[in-house]
Design a binder for this molecule. Structure first.
Ligand SMILES: *Cc1c(COP(=O)(O)O)cnc(C)c1O
Length: 393
């Protein structure tokens, strides 16, 4: 049954790629003819355009979002042993990048309503070694710029935004990536702005940070065969930048589409609150760009029946049941993310079970519903009807 393609997929990239295919093939052909594959014209154009769209002066394209964070932290002056605060429920790449920068990740809990970093918990985690905080703009919603600027100013911390899920998101008059010392983006294919492979970018208003980033991504060389930094090879391919140049003008429209789809989901799901279905809260109005549309299936849900297993009754995970029932009805869903960072086998030194209760509970409750530009209202209705039907069987 699961081998059939889903009636409503979690994401559909061909809806945005197919209409642009001729244009994209044209720009790729031009690069093949010019032969500027590395650090070429399309990359410079895209760096300028994406930074400007985000309301920032400089953009530096790198190989992926993970490198944008890892190298970006070095570019803003993070040193080995510095402590950096970040949320326990982020995608693991944030943690990986901090460790690559030889800094020490300090995880904190999240707000159970928004799934964003809990700034009160963050403040408690500050020590004399804390140098930076990474707000992760999870699911396409920004962490409040005014609140985190206030926190960072009081404790003299660098703000480094993980904006990998928040291209052109807005909150309190700020665009994602415009209020921190620097910010990292990913252009992984399924992000709100995605290329045809891996890609990433650091954006910043600080000329020195931008210059250091350019050096770090290019073997630590400000000019050929002069190595002033211990850098690496991490550049955004010119071919990928050319694809992104074609797509960038459509990003705002795609983000609006996602927002409208989310509004429709919210309306249709409202009557299901008594069944324990609660969308992750949006505290940023139209500035939330819904990289993902995530609901919680709370303990109030009738799906969360106690099941006796070997004597002691343990609760089945209602979310897993719902996900399976939806799959049977042709609705593809995802979980972002099923395990918090400190409970991953490789990162158990970052915390113990129970340390971040909201993050741990959320991981068991969250479900990402189909979300992409071009998702039709009839498909959203299909998804919600399938959720309703899951309570009947
Ligand atoms: C995708 C993502 C990254 C990493 O980006 P890559 O391009 O896959 O390396 C980092 N942080 C978050 C929150 C992400 O969603």
């Amino acid at each position: 049954m699961s081998s059939r393609p889903p009636k409503v997929p979690l994401v559909n990239l061909s809806l945005q790629n197919q209409p642009l295919q001729t244009q994209i093939e044209q720009v790729i052909r031009e690069i093949i003819q010019r032969g500027d594959f590395i650090l070429g014209q399309a990359l410079t154009e895209f760096e300028t355009a994406f930074a400007a769209a985000s309301g920032v002066k400089y953009g530096v394209g790198v190989a992926c979002g993970t490198d944008a964070i890892a190298l970006g932290l070095q570019a803003v002056g993070i040193h080995p042993g510095d402590e950096i605060i970040l949320p326990a429920n982020t995608f693991i790449a944030t943690v990986i990048a901090v460790i690559q920068a030889k800094a020490v990740p300090i995880l904190v809990d999240c707000d159970p309503e928004t799934a964003l970093i809990d700034l009160t918990a963050a403040e408690t985690a500050i020590t004399s070694k804390t140098k930076a905080i990474i707000p992760v703009h999870l699911y396409g919603q920004m962490v409040s710029p005014t609140e985190i600027l206030d926190l960072a100013n009081r404790h003299d911390l660098i703000i480094f935004e993980d904006a990998a899920q928040a291209h052109l998101a807005e909150r309190e008059g700020y665009r994602a990536g415009s209020f921190g010392k620097a910010a990292a983006f990913s252009f992984y294919p399924s992000k709100n702005l995605g290329c045809f492979g891996d890609g990433g970018m650091l954006i910043t208003n600080d000329a020195e940070v931008a210059e250091k980033m350019r050096t770090l991504r290019n073997y630590g060389a400000p000019s050929k065969y002069l190595h002033t930094e211990m850098g690496t090879n991490s550049r955004l391919d010119n071919l990928q930048a050319a694809v992104l140049n074609v797509k960038l003008p459509y990003l705002e429209k795609w983000n609006r589409d996602r927002h409208e789809a989310a509004q429709y989901y919210n309306t249709l799901l409202e009557p299901l609150t008594p069944k324990g279905i609660v969308p992750i809260a949006n505290h940023s109005s139209t500035g939330h760009i819904y990289h993902l549309y995530v609901i919680k299936i709370t303990e109030k849900s009738p799906l969360a029946k106690p099941v006796p297993t070997g004597g002691s009754p343990t609760k089945t995970i209602a979310r897993n049941q719902l996900q399976e029932k939806l799959a049977q009805q042709g609705i593809q869903t995802g979980i972002h993310y099923p395990v918090p960072c400190h409970l991953q086998p490789a990162y158990q030194n970052l915390g113990n079970p129970g340390d971040f209760p909201h993050a741990e509970t959320l991981c068991q409750q969250i479900l990402s519903l189909p979300m992409y530009p071009g998702l039709r209202n009839t498909e959203i209705e299909q998804v919600v009807r399938a959720i309703e039907r899951s309570f009947d069987s």
